[in-house]
Design a protein around this ligand. Structure first.
Ligand SMILES: Cc1cc2nc3c(=O)[nH]c(=O)nc-3n(C[C@H](O)[C@H](O)[C@H](O)COP(=O)(O)OP(=O)(O)OC[C@H]3O[C@@H](n4cnc5c(N)ncnc54)[C@H](O)[C@@H]3O)c2cc1C
Length: 163
């Protein structure tokens, strides 16, 4: 449940453990990935720049989940608990998704409902970038389901010579 408080002596209160819970990170137009206008990589190419800010709902959800996690730990016999607030979890880990979100409107989305690029008909992107929200669970199984669905669509489209 976050980083141990300063001065905390691991040897005193071991064993340590704690729950970690995925939480929906609401999509916002201000959260984007673009090319950094100044920083370049070793090949001289501009690097990706991540701009992200939490939504008010993200704080509420994190505080709620954190409180439930403390209850679980205390019910299990924990004598000292900490963490759970969103600030402490920022940057600990993240599932990246939504960078090529799907949608019907080419003006507001990159892919159509089959993960096909609006602008490039023979380009399919069946990965986490098509997600329109992060949802509240781990993404890998949904990514796999979407990939199978997209592959099936490609096969059917190819048979109709419609790629
Ligand atoms: C430590 C860790 C633990 C995780 N645990 C879980 C879990 O328990 N459950 C769960 O559901 N999810 C988990 N995830 C998240 C899950 O692994 C990712 O959400 C998922 O792999 C994303 O799939 P993707 O296809 O969108 O991207 P990726 O799997 O990252 O695939 C992107 C691919 O594109 C390639 N690529 C990148 N740039 C280029 C380029 N320029 N040219 C060609 N290829 C390129 C990369 O090499 C890579 O193979 C975990 C992630 C991490 C890091």
């Amino acid at each position: 449940m976050g980083t141990a408080p300063q001065g905390f002596l691991p040897g005193v209160l071991l064993p340590l453990d704690g729950p970690i819970a995925p939480r929906e990170d609401l999509p916002q137009e201000s959260s984007i990935i673009d090319l950094d206008p100044e920083v370049k990589d070793k090949y001289g190419l501009y690097v990706a720049r991540i701009t992200h800010k939490y939504h008010e709902n993200d704080y509420k959800a994190a505080n709620y989940i954190g409180a439930r996690a403390r209850e679980i730990m205390e019910a299990a016999g924990a004598t000292k608990t900490w963490g759970g607030e969103l600030e402490e979890l920022h940057g600990q880990s993240a599932h990246h998704m939504g960078t090529c979100r799907m949608g019907n409107d080419p003006g507001k989305s990159v892919l159509d409902k089959w993960c096909r690029a609006h602008d490039v008909p023979n380009l399919f992107v069946p990965d986490a970038s098509c997600f329109v929200t992060s949802a509240g669970a781990n993404p890998a199984l949904t990514i796999q389901a979407i990939a199978f669905r997209t592959a099936d669509y490609i096969i059917r489209s190819a048979k109709r010579l419609d790629l």
